[in-house]
Ligand binder design. Sequence first.
Ligand SMILES: NC(=O)c1ccc[n+]([C@@H]2O[C@H](COP(=O)([O-])OP(=O)(O)OC[C@H]3O[C@@H](n4cnc5c(N)ncnc54)[C@H](OP(=O)(O)O)[C@@H]3O)[C@@H](O)[C@H]2O)c1
Length: 222
Amino acid sequence: MKLAFVGGTGPEGLGLAMRFARAGHEVAIGSRSTERGQEGAAKVREAVPSAVASGGENADVVGDAEVVFLTFPYSGQAPTLEALGSRLDNKIVCNVAAPLEFVKGIGAVALDVPGKSAAQEAAEQLPNARVVSAFQNLSAEELMELDHPVPADVLVCGKDAEAKQVVVELANQIDGVRGVDAGGLSQSRYVEMITSLLINLNRKYKTRTSIRIVGLPGGEAN
Ligand SMILES: NC(=O)c1ccc[n+]([C@@H]2O[C@H](COP(=O)([O-])OP(=O)(O)OC[C@H]3O[C@@H](n4cnc5c(N)ncnc54)[C@H](OP(=O)(O)O)[C@@H]3O)[C@@H](O)[C@H]2O)c1
């Protein structure tokens, strides 16, 4: 598939792009600057020599992508989606944003967003896109360590069943990950909030945590 990453120059976008490039997908790294997008693509090719990776401005890389990942901070979501507008029509748009802030003495704190979740806000702003949310709980550091599996469940939320299945299958292609259909976009709020908990656990125990859901039909993940 052709996958594009809006704000793909950060660790989360690059980590996902590297994993998907290694699985054989074509990836395009988007940025607010053409040069940074191209540099991001070069990093993917360096990490994954077999990668078919290009880079450029956000508006350009989404053009022929089948799935567009939103991998930039929630604070930039509304203006970025406003600028991309109809370019995202009919595409699967996967929101990875976990709205949070860091508060001294507490750590990561999940933000209450007006539209209940970043993903629901994206869906409202992009009525003609097939918005799903996923990957908010996967650490970029884990993703970028390509020699190691990422032991985690990726909870995929959305109302478009076919779009959700595409993203579940992409998640399953990351070594160690199990993609799980977690229901409608209203569930994304809870998934987005878990990221703050994981960050705070990582700090407390000086480790990298992820989530696994037990008790789902079909048996337990490895
Ligand atoms: N890092 C993690 O471990 C992790 C884990 C799970 C989920 N996430 C989520 O994934 C997303 C990306 O995380 P990240 O750590 O990669 O983020 P990041 O490094 O802070 O940002 C990624 C890229 O987004 C672009 N960007 C920054 N501010 C922007 C704005 N206001 N408007 C538009 N674009 C902007 C920048 O690219 P250009 O300057 O090149 O445009 C930046 O390189 C976030 O929403 C985060 O909540 C991250």
